[in-house]
Design a protein around this ligand. Structure first.
Ligand code: PRT
Ligand code: ZN
Length: 283
């Protein structure tokens, strides 16, 4: 049976448990447990700190894991990134005090930069031929310049609010990160087959998010025009109505483009438009 390592508490815990749940796999969200059995898929769930997940997967303590790409790149463990999961989005950026006259990446030459991600930062500076002093600190990296411990910082940024609150300005994004599914590269055939099934479920779940099922009544002679606006997954489903001049058209679209498409459809003569939430799209 596969063992998956997930974060025991923190920013990724809830989204990981809800991705599993939407994929029909119920895992306890309990922070006190170390390991539990999931329901709905043959899976052991191991609850760890995110920093320990890449190593646990590389060692085979867990077969797979959910963790931020930033942790995977920092730990440089022997694991495969098999899938992006679409949550936990953030970036790792260099930031300087707002009064600094920043002249581009060469500004960092000879400077002291505080970070919890020394490996990624050293690799970045090495790639750019910059010699800077990388100071590893475990937490509250953003206060380092104000207390005189560093000239700049390299840290996770999401909204950017933390930087602004600390009088810092984001200058260069080094990596974009999100939660990913990682796997031990040496899984046996049985575990590979189980992983493929799990990835199929996760992919369907992620692709279904934000999708809507739209039904509308349409004059029969407008079908081609409406279909050009809404190509759907293959092509739209058209059903006859009792009134032979009209049809019912059904299509699946993403909520991001819903209103724009609906406005255009109304112009073609579509009426009685129903928008329904969609549980799952299985391709
Ligand atoms: O206890 P454990 O070691 O498991 O957790 P942790 O404290 O190390 O990590 P946690 O739970 O804070 O974050 C887990 C993962 O979430 C990270 O490794 C990232 O992949 C991802 N993530 C996404 C973030 C953020 N967004 C984020 N904003 N991790 C941290 N932050 C921090 C950021 O450093 C900043 O200080 O949140 C603060 C607010 O960010 P702004 O820019 O929105 O103000
Ligand atoms: Zn951590």
């Amino acid at each position: 049976m596969l063992t998956i390592a997930i974060q025991n508490k923190g920013r990724l815990n809830e989204d990981t448990v809800s991705l599993m749940s939407d994929a029909g796999i119920s895992a306890s969200a309990s922070h006190r447990k170390l390991i539990s059995d999931a329901k709905g898929f043959p899976l052991h769930v191991l609850y760890l700190r995110d920093d320990d997940i890449p190593q646990a997967v590389a060692m085979g303590v867990a077969d797979i894991g959910v963790v931020g790409l930033n942790e995977v790149l920092e730990k440089e463990e022997d694991v495969d990134v098999v899938m992006k999961l679409g949550f936990g989005g953030c970036r790792l950026s260099l930031a300087v005090p707002k009064e600094v006259q920043y002249t581009g990446i060469r500004w960092f030459e000879g400077k002291r930069v505080a970070t919890s991600y020394p490996v990624i930062l050293r690799n970045f500076f090495a790639d750019h031929g910059i010699h800077a002093f990388v100071h590893e600190i475990a937490g509250s990296v953003e206060v380092a310049p104000a207390v005189g411990m560093a000239d700049a910082i390299f840290d996770i940024v999401s909204s950017g609010g933390t930087l602004v609150q600390n009088g810092l300005r984001e200058e260069d994004t080094v990596i974009n990160s999100e939660a990913v599914l990682i796997a031990n590269p040496h899984l046996d055939e049985e575990k590979r087959a189980a992983l493929a099934k799990l990835m199929f479920r996760f992919t369907s779940t992620i692709e279904s998010r934000g999708m809507k099922y739209v039904l509308m009544n349409l004059p029969k002679d407008k079908v081609a025009e409406a279909a050009a606006i809404l190509p759907g997954m293959k092509s739209p489903t058209i059903m006859p109505l009792a009134d032979s001049q009209w049809v019912s058209m059904h299509v699946v679209i993403h909520e991001n483009e819903l209103w724009e498409k609906i406005e255009k459809l109304k112009e073609t003569g579509a009426t009685d438009i129903l928008v329904l939430a969609l549980e799952n799209v299985i391709k």
